[in-house]
Design a protein around this ligand. Structure first.
Ligand SMILES: Nc1ncnc2c1ncn2[C@@H]1O[C@H](COP(=O)(O)OP(=O)(O)OP(=O)(O)O)[C@@H](O)[C@H]1O
Ligand SMILES: CC(C)(CO)[C@@H](O)C(=O)[O-]
Ligand code: BAL
Length: 289
């Protein structure tokens, strides 16, 4: 495993591999790696001849006042964790390597990036779409791996790749969870012990919604009301958003039927914003019991 921090050096190292017909997998991350990231790495290693993991806390996806400075970082620990996998390159550029000059070209992710989390974090998905495009241009991967936990991010990237005819296959990896259901996230480390324990309520609410839908509930408002009550019963949770949407378009769903739906939640515990999601297959009853 080779650590590279220059764009030109990574391109030079990958070029002969690409010419030799080897497939290249890309796992973009912001570091502070946990088992969720490692599930992406493991999948990439299983499916691609060469694997590049990128570690870059991208400033352009953080709005002023967000947690850019507080975002956890541990490059030495990340390299140690990655050394257990057959990763070829860890690309960990500095901000000035990625953005040597103020940017004048961006990838807009609209309107999909303006709704839901985009309303809470204006400009976030423009920053994500732009840096992911830049990473795609640097690495030119055959496949790129993203977690379902960041469900809207995955939807934005899929649309970007389709709309702009990017030659990369997007692979979605299921969310890895703690024993109590909490989705692994780099930000979990910033939770107080009390908030960490309380945060499991998000996964419990998602389970509850899934169970209602599985039992035949067809009214999204009833599902969301039950989930909201569960989350609001936890005093440490500050619910920011709770939505039930079409997984492909993220459009609101008025009736749950045979088609899958996705439940999306964001909540603050202290100043830490957590997100979670769950896709449910829908039900063929479409009735409110
Ligand atoms: N629990 C998880 N299971 C599977 N994939 C995950 C999980 N958490 C993050 N990922 C994926 O890892 C990639 C890098 O994510 P990132 O570095 O932002 O980590 P993160 O833990 O999501 O951080 P944060 O939630 O604090 O933003 C993304 O594609 C993300 O969806
Ligand atoms: C995809 C990504 C690495 C872009 O900075 C980031 O948004 C993340 O870690 O999910
Ligand atoms: N996992 C998404 C990156 C962010 O929160 O900025």
């Amino acid at each position: 495993m080779q650590r590279i921090d220059q764009i030109a050096a990574l391109r030079a190292a990958l070029a002969p591999m690409r010419r030799a017909g080897e497939t290249i997998g890309l796992v973009p991350t912001m570091g502070y790696l946990h088992d969720g990231h490692l599930a992406l790495v493991e999948r990439a290693c299983a499916e691609c001849d060469r694997v590049v993991v990128t570690i870059f806390v991208n400033p352009t996806q953080f709005a002023p006042g967000e947690d850019l400075d507080a975002y956890p970082r541990d490059l030495a620990g990340d390299l140690e964790r990655l050394s257990a996998y057959p990763v070829d390159f860890v690309f960990a550029p500095t901000v000035s390597e990625m953005y040597p000059e103020p940017m004048q070209a961006f990838v807009a992710a609209e309107p999909l990036g303006d709704i839901l989390i985009g309303e809470q974090r204006p400009g976030h998905f423009r920053g994500v779409a732009t840096v992911v495009t830049k990473l795609f241009n640097i690495v030119q991967p055959d496949r790129a791996y993203f977690g379902e936990k960041d469900f809207q991010q995955l939807a934005v990237i899929r649309r970007m790749v389709a709309d702009l005819a990017m030659a990369v296959e997007i692979v979605a990896v299921p969310t890895v969870r703690e024993a109590d259901g909490l989705a692994l996230s780099s930000r979990n480390v910033r939770l107080s012990p009390e908030d960490r324990a309380a945060a499991a309520v998000l996964a419990r609410a998602l389970d509850e919604g899934a169970a209602m839908i599985g039992a035949g509930e067809g009214d999204p408002d009833r599902v969301l009301a039950a989930m909201r009550a569960t989350i609001e019963a936890e005093p440490r949770a500050n619910l920011r958003s709770l939505d039930l949407r079409d997984p492909a378009t993220l459009a609101p769903v008025t009736r749950i039927g045979a088609r899958p739906v996705v439940m999306l939640v964001t909540a603050n515990f202290g100043d830490v914003l957590l997100i979670d999601q769950r896709v449910v297959e829908g039900n063929d009853k479409g009735v409110t019991p």
